[in-house]
Design a protein around this ligand. Sequence first.
Ligand code: BGC
Length: 754
Amino acid sequence: MSRIIKPTIITMLFLVGFGCNTTKTPSHNKGISKSNSPFDAKIDSLMNLMTLQEKIGQTVMYSGDLTVTGPVVSNNNQKYVKEGAVGAMLNVFSAKATRDLQKIAVEDTRLGIPLLFGYDVIHGFKTIFPINLGLAASWDLEDIKKGSRIAAQEASAEGIHWTFAPMVDISRDPRWGRISESAGEDVYLASKIGKAYVEGFQGDDLSKHNTILATAKHFVGYGAAQAGREYHTVNMGQDELWNVYLPPFKATVDAGVETFMTAFNELNGVPATGNKYIFRNILKDKWNFKGFVVTDYFATNELVMHGYAKDRKEATKLAMEAGVDQDMMSNANHEYLEELVNEGQVDIELINDACRRILLTKYKLGLFDDPYRYSDKQREKEVIYKPEFLEAARQSAAMASVLLKNDDTSLPLNKTQTIALIGPLVKDKENIIGNWAAEGDRKGKAISIHQGIQEYLEDSKIVFAKGCDIEGNDESGFNAAIQAAKTADKVVMILGENYKMSGEAASRSSIKLPGSQTNLIKAIRKAVPNKKIVLVIMNGRPLDLSEEDILADAILETWFPGTSGGYGVADVLFGAYNPSAKLPVTFPRTIGQIPIYYNMKRAGRPNHNDNPNERYSSNYIDVRNSPLYAFGHGLSYTNYEYSDITLSSTTISFSDTLSVSATITNTGDYDGYEVVQLYIHDKVGSLTRPVKELKGFKKVFIKKGETITVNFDLTVEDLKYYNADLKFGVEPGEFQIAIKGTSDFDFKHSFKLE
Ligand code: BGC
């Protein structure tokens, strides 16, 4: 590509979109504007009646004690609700509990403004779906939408109006426990998935009693915490912020998300909860977001701990000025806002704006028509754990399971063989629903993998041995496990993490299987060198499976598969569902490669052919650069052969659409779904471009023996990025392009944009 870029075209193209060209601190009231909603007149007349204290009350959220999701601070909920000093509650659920508290707000306060009830409905409410990283592995947007619709139906019947999901933080560090709650490492995939969650939770009409407000969280950068350590510092340049971390949030705004949550971390020296640049300048001004922003739990107070505010009063002022509308659990707005306004330190217009935004959601939900419409005992009885919800969770579990390896067709299992089922997670019901599992049952309702397998195999064909615990060094169960392996035709080991090892406040400095589990598989391998060992893993993050990859013949990654997980995983193990999932995140060979993701930059001295011995190239001397399993990787019981791609043209103009297609043939013995992925590489840019970028995907069904053509249309819009001036646009030049079933390939085709 020529470096001489025609200025007129470039200027024009980079001006398209929503580029922001300033990093200077905006004025504190940027982004204040009315919503232009049909409820404006009602909100105006209500706000005319409200005192300053009542307006501040709307900006306050406290926690009930049905669940604990952060530091416990003593507060006097009922008293405050009665005083009209609370706008929202979290961690209160069930038709009865929400109705009782709502009654106080509605009947005992001067204006009777209903409360909002928020809760972490992350991957299900009672019926738990696979953890979010697993759901992302399905690459199935319809299924993700369906699952969040089900979660909304269950949660809303228990009085919940609002979920603190989806988390759309790009997550590229497996040490970070919250990677489990994410859609993984890729901007394009995470943006599509964020949109699907919002559409599922909020439905097509918020005034319906079974739709709930969604929250895009945590704005912004949380996933880039240094060293993968929870709540830690984030420093990133504008390229990474605008091209990687912001786009999934923008996608949720475009999808109509009603609320945003602040992140715990600081971003380039300014803690998110006090960060005007991200909330006022980007979210409320540039993106014109009309919903409201809630802090993360206790985060206003944490501005003091960060060393950004001298005390809680100053923190309250900074958060309000930053564009944060509601204070979750800091008790800061309640304590200081009135004083700050009276002293002239906080502009009352900021409080009016926050109050207006919060009231708007209550109108949209229909709470002023009927504040109890969500707290419905009858509906609660009817919808919780509906059989079709449990069946949907089973299908999601199957769709989420990634077949990482399958030598000599070790899978699927055969119903005639005897299977040794070994490992601490075989009969587990406690961990299988994963972290952030809302009100999911960790006992009776959850289906263990053992139960799932029992649907396919008679008990006489199952030999069970636990072998060891998830953690700890006790190897006294190894002998029994070895005996079990010796008596069976095949070995299936169910190993992994416990659910508390991922999620919030669960960063790990090692990403290996914990405890003695790797020793267990080594012992079994040694005892039965010629038997097939199938490893089924449950975990909340990419693990370093380098040793297991050598020891096991097949590996099935099931994440934490949810309430019906045992059934869904067994469906895959026995071939009733032909695996179709693909990794939404890279699995490293070793922790030393982190951060490792498929669309890294190339560097000035790229390493060739994954060769650790190439001196003076960007590599390690002790490990290859490539991962153990690449982003987009996932096997099937059949084989898909991809033809070379066909391009509608090798040169396109700025107004053209490029049509690109590939034929794919199912050459194996099973029908199946394949996730077909479209990648590009912008060869030269005014900011260097990633070596690969996902720009489209389609999940297609291909019958055995069948050949289909999969087509993608690519426009200039798909090639845009934020340049150094933070203008969103595209530059002419050469782009490489490919259609594949994984990100692990070399480009062979290209086109030019002129
Ligand atoms: C988490 C949020 C969550 C909130 C409320 C915080 O600790 O970071 O993601 O929504 O608690 O439970």
